[in-house]
Design a protein around this ligand. Structure first.
Ligand SMILES: [Fe+2]
Length: 271
């Protein structure tokens, strides 16, 4: 793939690329937006360094790729409900996203992607890991691929958000999605269950369902499918939620890691 404006530096042959030659604080031309989208489709998660993103620009950047989604689990900023604060410090008892997951797969239509901006990062630690669900699917044996292809799984937000949301009346989404989905843009197949939201595979007994999910999670934990991003202050990560997992490593307590995320909506149910 040739890029005219961007410099795209792959980080592995499976997933992840650093993007240079772009200033996200400025409105982006259609050409640049196209190239960023192409890089995201090709590499599944892309990273930018040394960016100045205020809340307004952050939202404009997200809107270049779709409508912004309001988080169904946690509240956004008072003045910018589409923006969720991501913050950990010496008082934190947990951090968001410590287990492998894809964002909000409990939703009827899980988001297309997320854009995370971290102005404040610890001196060491606080990396984010990403896993290619394409690479994981493609590495399965043909028999296992065929078996999984027709299955559906339940994704529930209740056990994820109940412990951290202080509102007994709040209800969280629970939806069923294909275990293997076909990406609506690239047409590639990827595994679409994850250890955070998925509770069971429909139509299997509990031991069978637990066994298949455990096998998949062990398979997807293979570092051959991963990229690990070392944050610096003012880095940006933009991931395609439809074909990746991610995990926030909390190895920097009691240091501070702080920033903001917008979520870009998808328009179609996973298929
Ligand atoms: Fe996440």
């Amino acid at each position: 793939m040739d890029y005219e404006v961007l410099t795209v530096k792959p980080m592995t042959a499976r997933i992840g690329a650093e993007i240079e030659g772009i200033d996200l604080s400025e409105p982006l031309s259609n050409k640049v937006i196209d190239e960023v989208h192409t890089a995201l489709m090709q590499h599944q998660v892309i990273f930018f360094r040394d960016q100045e993103l205020d809340h307004v620009r952050h939202k404009e950047l997200g809107r270049a790729f779709g409508e912004l989604a309001i988080h169904s689990g946690v509240a956004g900023l008072a003045d910018h409900p589409e923006i969720v604060a991501i913050h950990a410090d010496e008082k934190s008892k947990f951090v968001a996203g410590e287990n492998w997951h894809s964002d909000l797969t409990c939703n009827e239509i899980p988001p297309m992607g997320s854009i995370l901006y971290l102005p404040v990062v610890p001196e060491v630690g606080g990396d984010t890991m990403f896993a290619s669900m394409y690479a994981a699917y493609e590495a399965l044996s043909p028999g296992m691929q065929t078996y999984l292809d027709g299955l559906y799984a339940v994704h529930d937000g209740e056990h994820v958000y109940r412990p951290i949301v202080n509102d007994p009346n709040k209800r969280f989404p629970c939806n069923t999605h294909p275990v293997v989905r076909t990406h609506p843009v690239t047409g590639r197949k990827g595994i679409f269950v994850n250890p955070s939201y998925t509770t069971e595979i429909v139509g299997l007994g509990k031991a069978e369902s637990d066994g298949v999910l455990e096998m998949l999670y062990k398979h997807c934990a293979n570092p051959n499918f991963h990229v690990r991003f070392r944050w610096k202050p003012k880095s940006v990560a933009f991931w395609d939620n439809r074909c990746t997992w991610h995990l926030a490593v909390w190895d920097y307590f009691p240091q501070v890691r702080s920033g903001y995320r917008v979520t870009v909506a998808e328009t179609q149910r996973p298929a």
